[in-house]
Design a binder for this molecule. Structure first.
Ligand code: HEM
Length: 308
């Protein structure tokens, strides 16, 4: 799933300019970066932000500089007018040309692109991985999903146009994001003194908002620990602010629609052709790094479905 979503976001952010080797190097660079840091705030990804001291080991510096070199080349090509696609880098470059006062130089553009790349693929990969796990354990849901895909996409591979009809696929993704929010902890720092409920918050305090806990609170979700995609069907919605897999407010995830549609479509395309099975006795344990992933990965077997 990580390979798939890295490929998708790479094409969306960098167009087709990133060679296969370049894409692999960027993905691997980010992977090694992620394994070397342990931060709860995805905004601090590459230590670009001055806010949080990130442990800077030579290995960490090497993975960051490897990513920088490759992305810089793509950005420079676009700045020199050698990009002609609708990739995000090209859009950022065009925006800079229209608004020179933004003063977005190569470094700023590279940081924007790197952030979008990183924010936009780990999260979707984690969502899809957890969705396969849950479906493998809840085959009655999988059956409804398969029936829906057969009904809506009887003679074709699912496309963006099918998404409005793929209610089960959407509900499975929404329920997966509830039980396993890829960003399980959101960190904020209080600008000034405040009061939350009966707690006094001092200026500069770190406030952690924990979707993992909110989403599993019985008062907000009946049978909170159970996988029940039906709760999101037929217009079913969560109480405002009790369901925040994409955060909320001014820093809500700008990739919300992109990520949701991508996850729904990847799920539908793959589920049309395969069943994914996790061994009954596999010990699956969530681990919180930058994103919430199954510790040690999720070993699965793929089973080709009968022709649909
Ligand atoms: C299922 C998929 C996704 C989930 C669950 C998700 C979740 C989140 C969350 C919770 C945040 C806020 C983090 C915080 O404020 O501490 C965030 C930020 C962000 N996301 Fe996503 N995201 C997803 C997909 C994407 C995609 C596909 C993109 C890009 C195309 C993206 C780009 C970003 C960016 C750039 C930020 C930082 C925004 C800022 O700091 O203002 N995300 N995401």
């Amino acid at each position: 799933m990580a390979g798939l979503t890295a490929e998708i976001i790479s094409r969306a952010v960098f167009g087709n300019d990133l060679s296969e080797d370049g894409a692999k190097a960027v993905s691997e660079g980010f992977e090694s970066y992620q394994s070397l840091i342990d931060s709860v705030n995805i905004g601090y990804f590459l230590g670009f932000d001055e806010g949080l001291p990130v442990l800077r080991t030579p290995k960490l510096r090497r993975s960051v500089s490897r990513i920088h070199q490759i992305i810089d080349k793509v950005v420079e090509d676009h700045l020199a007018g050698r990009g002609d696609d609708n990739s995000m880098v090209e859009l950022l470059v065009r925006r800079q040309k229209r608004n020179p006062e933004l003063k977005l130089d190569v470094v700023a553009l590279r940081n924007e692109a790197a952030t979008i790349f990183m924010a936009g693929h780990e999260t979707t990969a984690a969502t899809l991985t957890w969705a396969w796990y849950l479906l493998s354990r809840a085959q009655w849901v999988e059956k409804s999903l398969h029936e829906e895909i057969a009904r809506v996409c009887s003679n074709h591979v699912p496309t963006l146009d099918d998404i409005p009809q793929l209610d089960w696929c959407r509900a499975v993704i929404e329920e997966t994001l509830r039980l396993y929010p890829p960003v399980p902890i959101l960190a904020r720092q209080a600008k000034e003194a405040d009061r939350i409920g009966d707690i006094d918050v001092k200026p500069a305090s770190l406030v952690l908002i924990v979707p993992w806990l909110l989403h599993r609170t019985e008062a907000f979700f009946k049978h909170a620990h159970l996988f029940k995609p039906e709760r999101f069907m037929n217009g079913g919605k969560a109480i405002p602010y009790s369901y925040i897999p994409f955060a909320s407010g001014p820093r809500v995830c700008p990739g919300l629609q992109f990520g949701l549609q991508e996850a729904i479509l990847c799920l539908a395309i793959l589920a049309q052709r395969f069943k994914v099975r996790v061994a009954e006795d596999a010990k699956v344990e969530p681990q919180c790094r930058l994103t919430l992933r199954p510790r040690g990965g999720l070993p699965v077997t793929l089973h080709r479905r009968e022709k649909v």
